[in-house]
Design a binder for this molecule. Structure first.
Ligand code: PRP
Length: 179
């Protein structure tokens, strides 16, 4: 069993997501927003965010992988599962659990922009600016966090701990899952 300490509590997360939803409700008043969740990490965040939106909402998902089972980004990004609907003319909000190196989003954003959305913005629950390798324009960040290995609220360690209702820091034993 890995040792995990709480970094951001469930209460803090839910309060912050309410604030992020309020901002979206004000920005997109009178419009429909099309939320795109990047699987798998964003599922808890996108659901909680969507529950607090009062503007009309449609949702879609895509899966992009760069980490596979490593703990740091390989820099190679691939689309594992594309969107099921067109985004042409839609007010897209890309929803991420974390921006780390920036490799995933710097690959994905131009692809989505080329598909002709009316607008596109990026919101992320967590942001680790210290780890950035590629600049990414983030419209709203839930929490800026230090360079620690975080799990919970959608984030995994070797596919585990996504279901924790808080953000925790895991103490990884040396040699395990290292690449
Ligand atoms: C995580 C996270 C982001 C990406 C961010 O996904 O959900 O998509 O890494 O890292 P980056 O800024 O360094 O590119 P991951 O590939 O681990 O897949 P998962 O969401 O299924 O866990």
């Amino acid at each position: 069993m890995d040792k995990i300490s709480v970094l951001i509590s469930q209460e803090e997360i839910e309060l912050r997501i309410c604030e992020m939803a309020d901002r979206i409700n004000r920005t997109y008043e009178g419009k429909t927003v099309h939320l795109i969740g990047i699987l798998k990490g964003s599922v808890f965040f996108i659901c909680e965010l969507a529950k607090h939106l009062t503007v009309p909402v449609t949702m879609d998902f895509m899966s992009v992988s760069s980490y596979e089972n490593a703990t740091t980004s390989s820099g190679r990004v691939r689309i594992v599962m594309d969107l099921s609907d067109t985004i042409q003319g839609k007010n897209v909000i890309l929803v991420e659990d974390i921006i780390d190196s920036g490799n995933t989003l710097s690959y994905l954003l131009p692809i989505l922009e080329s598909r002709g959305p009316a607008s596109i913005e990026l919101v992320t629950l967590l942001n680790k600016p210290d780890r950035r390798e590629q600049e990414v324009a983030v419209n709203d960040t839930g929490f800026v966090i230090p360079d620690a290995f975080v799990v919970g609220y959608g984030l995994d360690y070797a596919q585990k701990y996504r279901n924790l209702p808080y953000i925790g820091v895991v103490e990884i034993e040396k040699g395990e899952n290292d690449e």
